[in-house]
Design a protein around this ligand. Structure first.
Ligand SMILES: CC(=O)SCCNC(=O)CCNC(=O)[C@H](O)C(C)(C)COP(=O)(O)OP(=O)(O)OC[C@H]1O[C@@H](n2cnc3c(N)ncnc32)[C@H](O)[C@@H]1OP(=O)(O)O
Length: 422
């Protein structure tokens, strides 16, 4: 992708070089965890997927790693390299180190048979140039205490517990409910290792920003089975008019509407509090529909997961489509030339769930759409409209109506999101 400075080379990083690796990331991100935090937070790196740029003197100048994920996509899931821990020493910036690492990352992911890569972007300007497209938004709300919810039958019968988070007791509960609540949602990345499963329930004091230790609200049915949780903390705040504690929700999930109603009825009515801030909710979360006055919750969108199609035909054939489609796409991709050509995507028989699989083959036929691999990545999870991209001038439509038809097939009724940052 771009040559490294003379004497620099890309190397694998074994666990024995963990301290060197982590030190580069701390320099790049400008933070230094306390020994207490380091001891408490599990290291999630997969060492056979952890790489660095080494200088001629053997020291590390830049690092990255990836997770072996299975990315939920519309109606299916595909192997995915979850790019993470990208950092370049501040005194080595803008010399092409990231570009070289991205080249290695693509090559290794393709070698492992991963047709897709995904990431959370520290800054939005970084990854589009490498063909990653912003594929989902998440919703952030700041809901006034006591906000009214629409009534949902069955909510009253559910019980609620509120307790300190305990890693031993709550890891499995959170993992299991997270998986169940997100089933069928594109982008809902499973936390597939013990270290990743522990992440949501660890709570070193340095992460509390003056708030209380992490608490968990659990909603259970009459049999005692968990149906929803919220991980949250309150921050003691007194003003002349009285208590005004803000509540910050780290993660919340519910397996059905009654559980969501019971959960939010409780969280929105905690004593001493003034408002509840949510994080990384899907844009179609049940809460949006339950709130009587969603405007008062000051909804705000932020870019969520970014997706890069590494192997275009395998990636496009790896998901389902909402409508029959026969379309020729002229794909542009400056970094992975094997993708840069015309592809014919043809859907097959309608499946039992009403959706369609597809085969994707090279063709010389005239294209209906010219699309950069970045925009294809953005549309891949079904949450971005190809028609809107034509309107914005990012996708070129050669045949009238092609974007409407392809967009209808690529779209998906469940909004994509990843509920946690990897
Ligand atoms: C998935 C994740 O882990 S996200 C975390 C990313 N890490 C961080 O944000 C930590 C702090 N920043 C860094 O470590 C580095 O500055 C990085 C990783 C963002 C960039 O690394 P560099 O080695 O400087 O990038 P590199 O020199 O390869 O730049 C490639 C191109 O991207 C551009 N670029 C790189 N970073 C940025 C940025 N933050 N904003 C805008 N453009 C950028 C460069 O200008 C260059 O453009 P050009 O090709 O037109 O000349």
């Amino acid at each position: 992708m771009s040559p490294l400075p003379a004497g620099y080379r890309i190397v694998s990083v074994p666990e024995s070089r963990k301290d060197e690796f982590v030190a580069v990331d701390h320099l790049a991100f400008g933070f230094e965890p306390t020994p207490e935090t380091l001891a408490e937070v599990p290291n999630t790196l997969e060492w056979d997927r952890t790489m660095a740029v080494e200088r001629a003197d053997g020291t590390l100048a830049a690092v990255h790693s990836s997770y072996a994920f299975e990315l939920p996509v519309p109606g299916a899931s595909v192997p995915c390299a979850g790019l993470t821990w990208v950092g370049v020493r501040p005194d080595e910036r803008r010399r092409g180190l990231l570009s070289a690492m991205i080249g290695t990352h693509f090559e290794r992911a393709l070698g492992r048979g991963e047709p897709v890569s995904a990431l959370f972007a520290a800054e939005t300007a970084i990854y589009g140039r490498f063909g990653y497209g912003s594929a989902a938004d998440d919703l952030r709300l700041k809901i006034p205490r006591g906000a009214k919810l629409r009534e949902i039958a069955g909510s009253e019968a559910l019980t609620v517990s509120f307790e300190p988070v305990d890693r031993e007791r709550h890891t499995d509960l959170v993992s299991d409910l997270h998986r169940r609540a997100g089933a069928g949602r594109p982008g809902w990345m499973p936390r597939n290792t013990a270290a990743l499963q522990a992440r949501p329930v660890v709570d070193p004091p340095a992460w509390r920003d003056g708030g209380e230790p992490l608490r968990i609200v659990v909603v259970r049915d009459q049999d005692g089975d968990p149906r929803a949780y919220a991980l949250l903390r309150r921050k003691e705040t007194w003003v002349d008019a009285g208590p005004r504690y803000p509540v910050s929700v780290r993660e919340s999930v519910a397996v059905d509407a009654a559980a969501a109603h019971r959960l939010w009825s409780f969280v929105l009515d905690l004593d001493l509090t003034s408002d509840v801030s949510t994080w990384l909710l899907p844009t179609d979360d049940a809460l949006v529909h339950l709130l009587v006055d969603v405007r008062a919750a000051l909804p705000r969108l932020a870019d969520n997961v970014w997706v890069r199609l590494l192997d275009v035909p395998a990636a496009l054939a790896g998901r389902r489509y909402l409508a029959p489609l026969d379309v020729v796409l002229d794909v542009t991709d400056a970094h992975l030339p094997a993708n840069a050509r015309r592809w014919r995507l043809v859907t097959g028989e309608r499946g039992d769930d009403g959706t369609y699989g597809a085969r994707v083959e090279p063709t010389d036929a005239e294209p209906a759409l010219t699309v950069h691999v970045r925009e294809l990545g953005a549309a891949y999870l079904g949450g971005r409209s190809l028609t809107a991209m034509v309107t914005a001038g990012l996708v070129v439509e050669h045949a009238a109506g092609a974007a409407l038809q392809a967009g209808g097939a690529f779209g998906w009724p469940v909004a994509p999101v990843c509920s946690w940052v990897f």
